[in-house]
Design a protein around this ligand. Structure first.
Ligand code: ADP
Length: 189
């Protein structure tokens, strides 16, 4: 079982790199952002709850996010492993994830943290806005808010895995292929 937490600020390339890791290792990809967006699109209660937070660049509250993620994990009892993309984003989410993976006897293998400098993040997000249709990518104030929340609430999640000896930093600057190779090298450690 390979359970990877793919970590990093907004625009670090988690979604892009997940596609390659899913293909190479046969993992189930769980992106909390994608799941929220598909719920917004199909007009569910969960989507309605999440939308206002996402539009403002804030985190969706932990209780909603944790319940949603747990039910997604439970929906894949035969998974060879998971790639968690965009989760956990708070220490409470990390503790909850440890708890329900422990029930399944399949702990997190490692956290791979993509390191990208802030100026590059902003360039990537504004570029993505041209094609993604995501309102949270098109507005520089919302981008700044997401980066600030990442630094304040999400970055500390790295120490949660560091104390477990599971944190691996990966240089996220450069082209997509070379970053994929760095991630693959980190997984095979
Ligand atoms: P990015 O990594 O570019 O910010 P995501 O698609 O991962 O994009 O997330 C988009 C938005 O979805 C976040 O700004 C937040 O509002 C919400 N979201 C996603 N994952 C979580 C989470 N684990 N906890 C709370 N909110 C989340």
């Amino acid at each position: 079982m390979l359970n990877i937490v793919l970590f990093g600020p907004p625009g670090a390339g988690k979604g892009t790199q997940s596609t390659f890791l899913v293909e190479s290792y046969g993992l189930v990809h769980l992106s909390t952002g994608d799941i929220f967006r598909s719920n917004i699109k199909s007009g569910t209660e969960l989507g309605r709850l999440a939308q206002s937070f996402m539009d403002e660049g804030k985190l969706v509250p932990d209780d909603i996010t944790i319940r949603m993620l747990e039910s997604e994990v439970n929906a894949h009892p035969d998974a060879k492993g998971f790639i968690f993309d965009g989760f956990p984003r708070t220490t409470a989410q990390a503790e909850a994830l440890d708890g329900f993976l422990m029930e399944r006897n399949t702990p997190v293998t490692s956290m791979l943290a993509l390191d990208v400098d802030e100026a590059e993040l902003k360039i990537r997000l504004l570029k993505r806005a041209e094609t993604s249709g995501r309102p949270d990518d098109a507005n520089p104030e919302v981008i700044q808010k997401r980066i600030d929340i990442y630094n304040a609430d999400t970055a500390p999640v790295a120490s949660h895995y560091a104390v477990q000896g599971k944190f691996i930093a990966v240089d996220g600057m450069g082209n997509v292929e070379e970053i994929t190779e760095r991630l693959q090298a980190a997984i095979s450690i």
